[in-house]
Design a protein around this ligand. Structure first.
Ligand code: ADP
Length: 497
């Protein structure tokens, strides 16, 4: 009998995880490690690629051991990862030349502003579906090439490789044999033409990126290469790869046009499946590749918010208002309302639909009666308001009202936050039984390639709802709260100064 276990690697912003799934999509075991964050300057965020690699290996080994599954029993590995995070490494050794520049990093805001001022925005958006923002990899890669001594010369000689984390892990897992990425990760670099699925020569010139550093672009289910046998105890084929948000879309089985998922981890990312049709947003949402399977590409509209769960982490670590993230629910519920307090978590600028890298966070509406519980509540409420802004933009772009939202990510363990989300958006908020949708999606993609699943329909049939939340708030109160939020957002926007 064919082995039908799948190993998913989920290399996220704050942690590296591995999970072993069986063919029914059941998680048999998991292992994880926290990833240290490096903040060298205001708005700069880095990771050590050696930690990313050694943690990945350690969690894979531990998850297999816990599941009692050997590498030889795996039908494949699926990799999913924090997107856009940029690594430049030496082909000969696999060693990075510099820390990874994380997606949240704003150091290239000036470069992006200049591109917009020089009138390149239309070209960038038309080709990539993105906006000239430091969030994406292109300007981060240009920064590395310009700031690491000797990098440009070495890149020109073909000694260096660029990749997002998927590509870096694949390179290391295959012992330096394979330099490839998948179409979803590639679509976030701002260098890929999403109409053709190929690197765009004009964009490479605009960002001054030598083609010699680029990985090969593959579909999300493919033969990506096999792992070096000594790493896990046997050579295992890597058969699935996708950026974390796209993997979550797959894990949530949002395969039909009109279906939406929203993930609340460090940031919040909402993706609307638009099918084979590539839609350009009139509301500053991103157009992105949902997945590419075989020769077919499915697109999505995406709203990205940089700080979601990270605001709760900040309440815990920055302010010391709570001991554990989960305590936020009881505190929020301990007051009848937000007491007029709004928290705009623009710690690293505002993402969609504002795209204001210079904005910074604020707590507004404080009075003598404001308590810690109001601030905690405001941080949770902000998740719903941010989602509302994305939803309004998406509904306008899609030309139809949205109905349901499949949610996942660490924050949706919080029932209070899910109910408030339903109240503010008016959407039916659906929480799945398996909330590790990112890892599950990566496993599904590998399973499709391995023949564990014959079709997307087979995967859809596995999706199960654990609970759903429906709006219970009256319209007048909803409008009043949204008006308060919008006033608070106006106060932090740098483009209104
Ligand atoms: P990532 O994959 O981006 O590292 P996760 O999906 O693991 O993130 O989610 C972790 C985030 O969720 C953290 O920022 C944490 O503050 C938040 N979080 C976890 N549990 C809760 C909770 N019960 N209530 C609110 N936020 C939570």
């Amino acid at each position: 009998m064919n082995p039908a276990y799948l190993l998913a690697i989920d290399q996220g912003t704050t942690s590296t995880r591995a999970m072993v799934f069986d063919a029914a999509g059941r998680a048999l075991a998991a292992a994880g490690r926290e990833l240290p964050q490096i903040y060298p300057a205001d708005g700069w965020v880095e990771h050590d690629p050696e930690f990313i690699w050694s943690d990945t290996l350690a969690v894979c080994r531990r998850a297999l051991e816990r599941a009692g599954v050997s590498a030889a029993q795996l039908a494949g590995i699926g990799i999913t990862n924090q997107r856009e995070t940029t690594i430049l490494w030496e082909r000969a050794s696999g060693r990075a030349l510099h820390h990874a520049i994380v997606w949240q990093d704003r150091r290239t805001a000036g470069h992006c502003r200049r591109l917009a001022e020089q009138g390149h925005q239309a070209l960038i958006t038309e080709r990539t579906g993105l906006l000239p923002d430091p969030y994406f990899s292109a300007t981060k890669l240009a920064w590395l090439l310009d700031n690491v001594p000797g990098a440009r010369e070495r890149a020109a000689r073909g000694e260096l490789a660029f990749g997002t984390v998927d590509s870096y892990l694949l390179f290391r897992l295959t012992g330096g044999k394979v330099h490839a990425t998948d179409i979803t990760n590639a679509s976030r670099t701002m260098l890929l033409n999403i109409h053709t699925g190929a690197w765009d020569p004009e964009l490479l010139e605009l960002f001054d990126i030598p083609a010699a550093v680029l990985p090969e672009v593959k579909p999300n289910s493919a033969e990506f290469g096999t792992t070096r046998p000594d790493l896990l105890g046997a050579a295992v084929p890597v058969r699935g790869m996708a950026g974390d948000q796209q993997a979550a879309l797959v894990g949530q089985a949002c395969f039909a046009p009109g279906m939406i998922k929203s993930t609340y981890g460090t940031g919040c990312f909402m993706l609307l499946n638009t099918g084979a049709r590539l839609r350009t947003s009139a509301n500053r949402l991103l157009t992105t590749v949902a997945y590419g399977l075989g020769g077919e590409v499915c697109y999505a509209l995406e709203g990205s918010i940089f700080v979601a769960g990270a605001a709760i982490q900040w309440l815990r670590d920055g302010l010391g208002l709570i001991e554990r993230a989960a305590d936020s629910a009881a505190l929020a519920a301990s007051v009848p309302d937000n007491g007029g307090v709004y928290l705009v978590p623009a710690f690293t600028g505002l993402g969609a639909p504002y795209w204001d890298p210079e904005a910074r966070g604020a707590i507004v509406g404080l009075t003598r009666d404001s308590r810690a519980s109001h601030v905690v509540r405001a941080a949770l409420e902000a998740q719903a308001y941010q989602t509302h802004d994305l939803m309004a933009a998406m509904a306008d772009d899609a030309g139809s009202e949205l109905e349901a939202l499949r949610v996942d990510g660490g924050l949706v363990a919080n029932d209070w936050a899910c109910q408030f989300l339903a109240d503010i958006t008016g959407l039916k908020v659906e929480r799945p039984r398996v909330t590790e949708t990112t890892a599950l999606g990566a496993a599904y993609l590998a399973g499709l390639q391995a023949g564990v699943y014959g079709s997307l329909e087979e995967i859809s049939a596995q999706w199960q709802r654990e609970r759903w939340f429906e709006a219970a708030m009256d319209q007048a109160q909803r409008r009043r709260l949204l008006a308060g939020w919008q006033r608070a957002v106006r106060r932090v926007r740098s483009d209104l100064d």
